[in-house]
Design a protein around this ligand. Sequence first.
Ligand SMILES: C[S@@+](CC[C@H](N)C(=O)[O-])C[C@H]1O[C@@H](n2cnc3c(N)ncnc32)[C@H](O)[C@@H]1O
Length: 254
Amino acid sequence: MYLNMQRQLNAWLFWICLLAGLIPAWAEAQQKNSSETIPPARSTYMGRRIAQAMSYHGADWLVRPTRESEERPSEVLKQLRLKPGMVVCDLGCGNGYYTLAMAKQVAPDGKILAVDIQPEMLHLLSLRAESEGVKNIEPVLGTIVDPKLPKESVDMVLLVDVYHEFSHPQQMLAAIRHSLKPTGQIALLEFREEDRTVPIKPEHKMTKKQILREYSANGFRLAQQYDGLPWQHLMYFEKDPNWISQQVSDKPEN
Ligand SMILES: C[S@@+](CC[C@H](N)C(=O)[O-])C[C@H]1O[C@@H](n2cnc3c(N)ncnc32)[C@H](O)[C@@H]1O
């Protein structure tokens, strides 16, 4: 209850700051509220090299006109089968390419929790939401270990081209697990490493085998997959009820 009130207050504060041009101040206040100590970033996880997070300076690439023909996001949105009333988290939302489209699909009663670690990305998203008159988006400034999501309240967490950037994959997956409703799922999109013709840097791609290894080690099992996209894997994960949680290790592998 207290957490809900705090979240609502944060959302109001965000919109007030947006109108007053004070987004950096809002972001700073959010970061100060965070009392956690963050372990050092990993460079690898389970043998995979972790990619650097994409800077907001490159945000235009996310809304490039060729994205539809290259990645077919309209097909992704069809596959997600969102319904009005759902609570969906767009984790690593960037400037909101998917956020805006999904907000329209879950309206009028549903909402999108739009999480990113770069306040500038949330600012760009809020400008786009405002110009399209979309109101059911709750921006959340996450940290590299915590997406700051409410407990057991999310129907779907969408991860588009972001999981491979997590500097703390174990902590992030634990937090996502915590936020999902018992029937909730992750929808994971990653560029296919198996396919050499996908024109993306190797550290920004993943194989299915590697994805399955990392997700099963962190309490998820494959629920479904869709192989009809031109560049990406689309894999759905649900909580594995038989998984026994182990302590998260902060030790680097190399
Ligand atoms: C390649 S962009 C993809 C943006 C968006 N999903 C899209 O497809 O248009 C990756 C985004 O994830 C964000 N990101 C990276 N690590 C994150 C984390 N631990 N929590 C939340 N966002 C993160 C980055 O700041 C960046 O905006």
